[in-house]
Design a protein around this ligand. Sequence first.
Ligand code: BGC
Length: 268
Amino acid sequence: MSRYALGVDIGGSGIKAAVVDVDAGELAADRVREKTPKGARPGDVAEVAASVVQQVLAAGPEPTTGPTVGVGFPAVVQHGVTRTAANVHDDWVDAPAARLLTEALGRPAVVANDADVAGLAEVRFGAGRDVEGTIVVTTLGTGIGSALFVDGRLVPNTEFGHLEIDGEDAEKGAADSAREREDLSWKDWARRLQRYYALLELLLQPDLIIVGGGVSKKHDKFLPLLELRTPLVPAELRNEAGIIGAAVMAAELDTGGRTDDTPARDVA
Ligand code: BGC
C-alpha cells in the first residue's frame, strides 16, 4: 500500500499543498492553492499556510507516514531557520521558520529551500532518476532556484540564481518574472537564459541540467533555442515537484527512511 505524506510549497505568488503518494512520487489528491499574502510577512504567510493545510486535511486522504509536514520555502534554510529573503519580506532573515510553521500548522514542520525539495523530487521520480554524476536542477519562476546533486546526494542551499551577470543578480534578468515584467519574446528571453546556463555549465560542468518551474510546461518555446554541451531537459513533475519533494522529506523524517539526501533533518 502506498504511503501518504503532506507537502507544502511556499512561493512568491502562491502557497500550495497536497497529500502526496511518496512511493509513486505523485499527488494523491488535488492540491489546494491560495495567494501568498501581500508583503509575505512571516505571520501572514504562516496563517495562509495553515489555512491551506487545513483544507487539504479536510479533503483527505489522511497522511499515513506520521505527523510531520514538509515545507519548501524560497530562501536559504539552515536547520529550520530562514537565512535570506530575496522575494519575501525581510523579516524572514534569521526567522525560526520551522518553529513558526509548527505552531501555526499544529503539526511538526520541516522546512527546506524550495528548489532543493523540487530537485529532490525530480532526481527521485522525474527527469533525473537513474542519472549518475552531477545534476543541476533550476526552477524558473519569481526568482531562479537551484539544486545541486552529486550521485543522487544533495548539496543544499546552492543559490545559483544569484550568480552575477553584467553586475546584476542573474535572476533579475533571466527569471520567468523578468520575461513577464518586460514582456520579452521567447527569443529575447532565451538569449538571457543562454548566458545564464552557459555560465552554470562553465562553473559546474554538470552531466545534466533540469529546467523546472511553472514555465517549464512551455519548454518547447525556449529550450530548443539554447545551445549547450550539457543535456538540458524539462522537469517532468513540473510545478508539483516542490510539493512532492517536501512531502518526501517529511515522510523520511517520520519513518526514519532514507535521509542521506534530504535537505533538512531537524524539526523545530
Ligand atoms: C532565492 C532562493 C529560491 C529561489 C526560487 C531565490 O531568489 O534566493 O532561495 O530558491 O529564489 O524561489
